[in-house]
Unconditional design. Structure first.
Length: 185
């Protein structure tokens, strides 16, 4: 499939599997007439393949060459795995990590798990950006542990101020799909 065909298929898949209409209260506390449960797409085989291919293309277009990708669990996890699997298939080294919402209270007590290492170049990934709070939380944890954030890559930008918040904080943002491109705005 061509790049435009991959993008259209991701939009179709999100609309089929992830978008619900109704009256919803989002994690931000805001009300919305639509909800995007992106995990129904990001945790599907086809979704993983699409996100991996499109995400790697977007990283290349931005000239981001991360050592690692990851973000706040749970939404970021399948996005990171899609990217590392696609990178491996393309013969490129890329590993993943996950940021816990709170540090573990047992074992090593780490907040960041997986392949994270201090000094690594990192792209923070998200399933859906609304206010940007999850990405901001992940960025704070990553930078506190010595990671260097290149930018943020989201599957969906709801276009509700999250991108602007992250960009004002100095973090470039890329989204594979927007609420507008899904016909939700």
């Amino acid at each position: 499939m061509s790049h435009p065909e991959l993008q259209q298929r991701l939009r179709d898949l999100l609309l089929e599997r992830s978008v619900r209409r109704g009256d919803f209260i989002l994690a931000s506390g805001r009300r919305s007439t639509f909800y995007i449960d992106a995990r129904r797409t990001t945790m599907s085989g086809e979704g993983l393949a699409l996100i991996g291919a499109l995400g790697l293309a977007r990283l290349a277009a931005r000239r981001w060459t991360p050592d690692l990708v990851g973000g706040l669990t749970l939404g970021a996890d399948p996005v990171a795995y899609a990217l590392v699997a696609a990178a491996h298939a393309a013969g490129r080294a890329l590993d993943a990590f996950t940021v816990r919402k709170e540090p573990k209270t047992h074992g090593t007590g780490q907040r960041i798990e997986g392949c994270f290492m201090s000094g690594a170049a990192v792209v923070v990934v998200e399933d859906v950006i609304t206010t940007g709070q999850s990405a901001s939380d992940a960025i704070a944890a990553i930078t506190a542990e010595g990671g260097r954030v290149l930018g943020v890559l989201a599957v969906v930008d709801r276009e509700e101020g999250g991108r602007a918040t992250l960009e004002r904080a100095g973090h470039a943002v890329e989204a594979l799909v927007t609420a507008t491109s899904l016909g939700l705005r």
